[in-house]
Each structure stands twice: as structure tokens, then as C-alpha cells.
Design a protein around this ligand. Structure first.
Ligand code: AMP
Ligand code: MG
Length: 518
């Protein structure tokens, strides 16, 4: 497709961005065709303006960061110019289904998201997607919009997670508008541009399985294999190998979430990425005072997606994916035994979740404790710490960060972490055991501290930090958002000028509620 400035009103620079985005390339998701998506333009957004921009995400896509100041940037990235696009190149909403809160929900789909197409840069292909760009055939009762609050949260957390080293979709920018959107109260609309190698979810597979459209199911699996897991082609059963990839990536992902105290909030199967990326930031949260039962989503009344439930839920979601892929398994078996053997194969692959997750989390916890090698008793040491943290509601991030200051020789460095526990005696008992264990380590305190500070972040996106940036942004002051995003891009570094961003949450943070309404 080609956009000439004369027929779109775009500046030359914006039209070259438009030209770089293609949804008709070989192997792109959009090429799967009409069974998978509907093409339509975005709904117009009144007088859009730039709220947030990631220079880093821009560079990843091959854009110069000055692009954010280009006239027409906001118009383009809220979707306003898509009305001019040729029919065959229009943005697309994809169809998927899913289990929501454990219950089959039937057809869902991109109810407020539109794929713009792909950009190829630095040997990688990235799909760009607008979220909040208006109604689609999959909007059900929704208005197709996203509010400024949730868009800022998605933008900030995508960037924060990436810099924590946790697989995630990225965010290029947030575009705002004064156009009102009714939620519990009247809010304003915003559009986030999300970036990912793929937005395919477990729910995409469930959709075609549940409709008994096995050819489409296979085409989708082939797309994912060819684009992302080509080595699966060499396996005895490429589709089983695909399941295996997703299961292992999901196990690794959730181990990373647990290790950093991240709660996703809505782990429905339609919010699970086939590539094992963190996707669909809604009522997520990083735990402050540690509570293993922490529920970050105000709408999750049963606690299905509580912190401690996340690994089991991820495993359950993998079952849903396996079920959906079942018709593709076992082509190498005779028809008579095919069904039975396929189920056995799938179960074997699902077992790998457990054998992958537990050691992955144990390794992360050892690293968090600064234990260079593995000894019997290390798991118990980590679990006891988590237990006393839970009992004392000790701050998750600060406990691990401050632990690095503890000396293996004496209690002189204990205070910064000890003071986070109301029950000091319980902490002291644990610290004695920890010190005994550290005495078996060959690394000195300085080397251990440095290693620990590389895995225990100082800065995470605490709810109250996001909230402060959101409140300012609602007043059209975007400086705080930019500052916070910059702090979160270096979560492991000491940033003395930004000490306040690492502090315990203020009292008012306790009253913040985050729900599915976004
Ligand atoms: P979520 O729980 O945010 O992942 O959303 C579940 C489903 O509802 C997805 O199919 C979304 O696209 C859709 N959805 C959520 N909010 C809206 C909205 N405001 N308008 C239309 N669809 C929505
Ligand atoms: Mg979703």
C-alpha cells in the first residue's frame, strides 16, 4: 500500500511511517484472512494530542524519536487517518474466544483494538495495534474505547516490565483527547499503540476449536510455528511442539511475575499470549506489603487471580490451550488410537509446566537471596522468608532490595530490612539462618550485593506512582508521566534523585481500587 501525502493530508514524514506499516506481507497475521479478522477504520477521535511516548520503542521500530513532535503524529496514532486507507489495507480486529474467570465465554475478539499492520526493523517484525480506537464487530456491549487512566497504566507497565527483563508487549505512545467516555464516572478517551511480534492469544485457538473449524485452527498454528517457532517443524509432531513451547514460556513468565510480586489481575485465556508475553494490562498490580492472597482486581471477588493462584491458573490455562490444539495432534498415529494417544501426549507436555515452573521460581528466589549455588534447604529458606513477609505485610520490593545490605558476618546491616518487619524476633531468627547459609558462599558481601541488586528491582510501578502520574495527566501535565517512565527504565539502578519513587506507599494508596472497568 502506498500513502501519498497529497491524498491523505499526512506530512511526508508521517506518510513514510504509514508506508512502513504493512498488513499485506507474507506471513503476517492479517494475511490469514477473513476467517480471522475484520478490516475497518478506527472511529474518529476529537482533537487528539500526545500524552506519552517511548523513544526507545520508537527506535526499536526504526523511527527517530523526534517523530513524536511531527504534525499529524497524534492524528495518525489514534487512528484518525485510517479512514483514508485503501480497503485491502485497512486496520483489522481479530476474532477470538476464551474462558473468563474459569467459565467458557464464547466469542470475544478485539472489541476495542485494531491491528495497523507490521513494521520490519533490525531483522525483526513487529505488529502495531491501537487499543481504544472504537467499536469493532467484536465489541459486544462495549463502546470500543479505553480511558486515559487505563491507557497510561498500560503504557507505563509495558515499559516497566520490559526493563525488568520480563517478556511483554511494548507500548509506543498514548494519545489522549478531551472526548468523554462514560465509566463509573465520566472520563476521557485515549488510545495506546501497542507493539508485539504477535498478539495471538490462547483464545484464538480456543475460538476455532470450539467452532469445529479445524482447517482454520491448523492455519493459525502453522502461522505461529512458521513465524515464531520454526524449529517445531522438525519435531515428530509440530503442533505438540508448539504446545510445548507455549507451556514452557508461560511457566517461565509466571515464575518471573511471582519473583517480582506482579499480579496480572485478569488471567483469562483470552489474555494469555501464545508467545508467553505479558499482555492486556488491566487491573494489574505490584504487591506492596506482601500478602500471598493479594487480589489486585477489585472485580475478582473470589480471588481466582490472587498472587498465589497465578501459577495454578497459568497451568489451567495451558490445559485450555492443549484442549484447543487436540485435533491437530497425533497425525502420526493410526486413526484407531489417535484420540487416546493425542490426549496422552498433551498430558505429558502439560506436566512440563510443573517441572519447568518450580525450578524456575526456585532459581529466581535463590538469585534474589544472593545464593550463587544450590544447597539443600535453600527453598525452605526462601519460603520461610516469604511466610514472615506475608505475616508482617513486609514490603515485597523493599525487603528483597534491602536484603542485599545485610552482612554475612554480623547484624550491622540488618536494619533497613529488619525494620520492615513488625515481628523483629521472627526476622532475626530467619536472618540467623540466612547468615549461616551465606557463610557457605564464596562471594564476599560486595559481590553478592551487586548480584542481588541486578535481580531485585528498586523501582517498580506501584499503584500510587501510576495514580500520581494519571492525576497530573488529567490536568494536561505530562511531565510526571515522563519522569516516572524514565525512572522505571532503570529499575535496578540506584537513582538517588528519585529515592521517593522507591519509598513505601503513602497511606492514601491503601484506598486505591483497580477494577476491570477501563
Ligand atoms: P479484557 O478483560 O479487558 O481483556 O476484555 C475482555 C474482552 O472485552 C475483550 O474481547 C475486549 O476487547 C473486550 N472489551 C473490553 N473493554 C471493551 C470496551 N470498552 N469496548 C469494547 N470491547 C471491550
Ligand atoms: Mg483482553
Amino acid at each position: 500500500m502506498s500513502f501519498s501525502p497529497s491524498n491523505t493530508g499526512l506530512s511526508e514524514r508521517m506518510s513514510s511511517v504509514a508506508d512502513a506499516i504493512g498488513s499485506t506481507r507474507d506471513g503476517s497475521f492479517a494475511q490469514l484472512g477473513t476467517a480471522f479478522l475484520t478490516r475497518l477504520p478506527a472511529a474518529p477521535l476529537t482533537e487528539p494530542y500526545v500524552v506519552g511516548f517511548s523513544a526507545e520503542a520508537a527506535r526499536m521500530l526504526g523511527f527517530d524519536p523526534s517523530l513524536a513532535h511531527e504534525p499529524g503524529f497524534a492524528e495518525f496514532f489514534c487512528g484518525n487517518t485510517t479512514r483514508e486507507w485503501p480497503a485491502q489495507a485497512l486496520p483489522y480486529a481479530s476474532v477470538y474466544s476464551g474462558h473468563q474467570f474459569g467459565v467458557w465465554a464464547g466469542q470475544l475478539g478485539d472489541g476495542r483494538a485494531l491491528g495497523l499492520g507490521e513494521i520490519e526493523h533490525g531483522g525483526e517484525r513487529y505488529e502495531l495495534q491501537l487499543k481504544g480506537s472504537g467499536r469493532t464487530p467484536y465489541s459486544r456491549m462495549g463502546d470500543g474505547r479505553a480511558v486515559l487512566r487505563s491507557s497510561i497504566r498500560e503504557f507505563l507497565c509495558s515499559e516497566a516490565m520490559h526493563h525488568l527483563g520480563i517478556p511483554t508487549t511494548r507500548a509506543l505512545c498514548v494519545i489522549g483527547s478531551d472526548q468523554s467516555v462514560p465509566r463509573e464516572e465520566i472520563e476521557t478517551a485515549a488510545v495506546v499503540t501497542r507493539v508485539s511480534p504477535s498478539f495471538v492469544r490462547f483464545g484464538h485457538f480456543e475460538h476455532f476449536y470450539s467452532n469445529d473449524r479445524i482447517e482454520a485452527l491448523q492455519a493459525l498454528a502453522d502461522h505461529v510455528i512458521d513465524r515464531f517457532f520454526p524449529h517445531c517443524r522438525e519435531a515428530d509432531d509440530p503442533y505438540l511442539a508448539l504446545l510445548n513451547e507455549s507451556v514452557l514460556r508461560t511457566a517461565d513468565l509466571v515464575a518471573q511475575w511471582q519473583a517480582v510480586g506482579f499480579c496480572h489481575g485478569v488471567m483469562n485465556t483470552d489474555n494469555m499470549s501464545i508467545l508467553g508475553l505479558t499482555i492486556d494490562y488491566g487491573p494489574f498490580g505490584f504487591v506492596d506489603g506482601f500478602d500471598a492472597n493479594h487480589i489486585c482486581n477489585h472485580s475478582d471477588t473470589s480471588g481466582r487471580y490472587a498472587y498465589r493462584m497465578q501459577p495454578q491458573i497459568a497451568y489451567w490455562n495451558c490445559f485450555c490451550l492443549a484442549q484447543a490444539l487436540l485435533p491437530l495432534f497425533g497425525a502420526r498415529y493410526e486413526e484407531a488410537v489417535r484420540g487416546e494417544r493425542s490426549v496422552e501426549d498433551a498430558q505429558r507436555v502439560l506436566e512440563d509446566f510443573k517441572t519447568r515452573f518450580a525450578p524456575a521460581l526456585e532459581k529466581r528466589l535463590r538469585d534474589k537471596l544472593g545464593l550463587a549455588d544450590e544447597r539443600p534447604g535453600d527453598d525452605a529458606l526462601a519460603n520461610t522468608l516469604l511466610e514472615i513477609m506475608h505475616a508482617n505485610r513486609a514490603d515485597f520490593t523493599l525487603t528483597f532490595r534491602n536484603l542485599s545490605r545485610l552482612s554475612k558476618h554480623d547484624a550491622s546491616g540488618d536494619a533497613p530490612v529488619r525494620d520492615l518487619f513488625l515481628d523483629r524476633a521472627a526476622f532475626d531468627r530467619w536472618a540467623n539462618g540466612y547468615r549461616a547459609r551465606l557463610s557457605e558462599e564464596t562471594r564476599d558481601d560486595a559481590a553478592r550485593r551487586e548480584a542481588m541488586n541486578r535481580v531485585n528491582p528498586k523501582y517498580v510501578l506501584r499503584n500510587h506512582l501510576a495514580e500520581t502520574a494519571i492525576r497530573r495527566a488529567k490536568e494536561k501535565d505530562f511531565a510526571e508521566l515522563e519522569r516516572l517512565a524514565a525512572v522505571l527504565r532503570h529499575p535496578f539502578d540506584e537513582q538517588p534523585e528519585h529515592e521517593a519513587y522507591a519509598a513505601l506507599p503513602p497511606d492514601w494508596a491503601g484506598t486505591l481500587e483497580v477494577s476491570c472497568s477501563s
